[in-house]
Design a protein around this ligand. Structure first.
Ligand code: F6P
Ligand code: MN
Length: 322
């Protein structure tokens, strides 16, 4: 009989951190089930509300947020949580060691078309003796994350997880309800011929990104001397999973489409956890001008430009920003 691979193999990871991760995964299994039920679960479509980001909330955004929020706050493992769908942070157990920032359902415009969505999470240490109601406890650099991951709800439900000793990929065995290790030490190939960007914003990009993408599109007759392929899933979690699996460059750069919103992706619960997963797998994650995990956050919902993926290609893109 096939020996099943180990469940959550995170060597040296403190027991309480592992329990916290298992708690997050319990909510994700429930979200996976609801996403999988689709129209049958009665949760497709939008609510009448907008979140703090001014985006219309989908019913599944609200449900996923509630599931994660309830389970985390009841678990006693978290001092506070921050979520894309919550205007402020929410206080938990004052004696807990950790705080969690999450995007409950990334790529939610994909819900109604039965395409990829996922949950992204970032775990940091709670500063000792800090007030659980103080949102400033979340203003930590990405380098201070103790764990980061995403759960991708696709044809199979997959977990990418790092606790700072490499990035591992697990697949949810839906017959048992457990995440089983399916790829130890994921490695982003250094070299790639694939990129991901929403080119409908092309006229709004800064010159550095305009020039970089123009050179990729020029293919073998251009300065790069080879052809590139393009993919865009419109769910960061899906695009980053492809980059982790077979390499590539993913970017949501600065643009001038809406002068009040030059960046799209959120630092604390999108860019930082993805940057940690990618760096732990040998890739790079930058804004174009600085390493993402070096940024000192100023606000919990702060947005940032993101360029991440295969080392050589991110370096090529950064050379246009010098
Ligand atoms: O969370 C924001 C997000 O949905 C990402 O998951 C995704 O990469 C991006 O926005 C898609 O943006 P757009 O709709 O502009 O292509
Ligand atoms: Mn998102």
């Amino acid at each position: 009989m096939r020996r099943l691979p180990p469940v959550l193999l995170e060597d040296g990871c403190p027991h309480d951190l592992l329990s916290l991760i298992r708690t997050i995964l319990a909510a994700c299994k429930e979200i996976s089930f609801r996403v999988g039920q689709g129209a049958l679960s009665g949760v497709l479509g939008s609510t009448l509300d907008e979140n703090i980001q001014g985006e219309t909330q989908k019913k599944l955004d609200v449900l996923s947020n509630q599931l994660l929020k309830d389970i985390l706050l009841e678990s006693g493992y978290v001092k506070a949580i921050a979520s894309e769908e919550e205007p402020g942070t929410v206080a938990g157990n004052p004696d807990a060691e950790y705080i969690v920032a999450f995007d409950p359902l990334d790529g939610s415009s994909n819900i109604d078309i039965n395409s990829l969505v996922g949950t992204i999470f970032s775990v940091m240490r709670a500063p000792k003796d800090a007030d659980p109601a103080d949102p400033n406890i979340f203003l930590q650099k990405g380098d201070q994350q103790v764990a980061a991951g995403y759960v991708l709800y696709g044809p199979s439900t997959m977990l990418a997880l790092t606790t700072g000793q490499g990035t591992r990929i697990y697949t949810l065995d839906k017959t048992q309800g457990t995440f089983l290790l399916t790829q130890d030490f994921a490695k982003v190939p250094e070299h790639t011929k694939e990129f991901a960007i929403n080119t409908s914003n092309q006229r709004h990009w800064q010159p550095a990104m305009q020039n970089y993408i123009a050179d990729l599109l020029a293919g073998e007759t251009g300065p790069r001397g080879r052809n590139f392929n393009m993919r865009w899933i419109a769910a960061m979690v899906g695009d980053v999973h492809r980059v982790l699996s077979r390499g590539g460059l993913f970017t949501y750069p600065e643009d001038t489409k809406n002068p009040e919103k030059p960046y799209k992706l959120r630092l604390l619960y999108e860019a930082n956890p993805m940057a940690m997963l990618i760096e732990q797998a040998g890739g790079l994650a930058s804004t174009g001008y600085e390493r993402i995990m070096d940024i000192e956050p100023e606000q919990i919902h702060q947005r940032v430009a993101v360029i991440l993926g295969s080392k050589e290609e991110v370096e090529a893109c950064l050379s246009y920003h010098k």
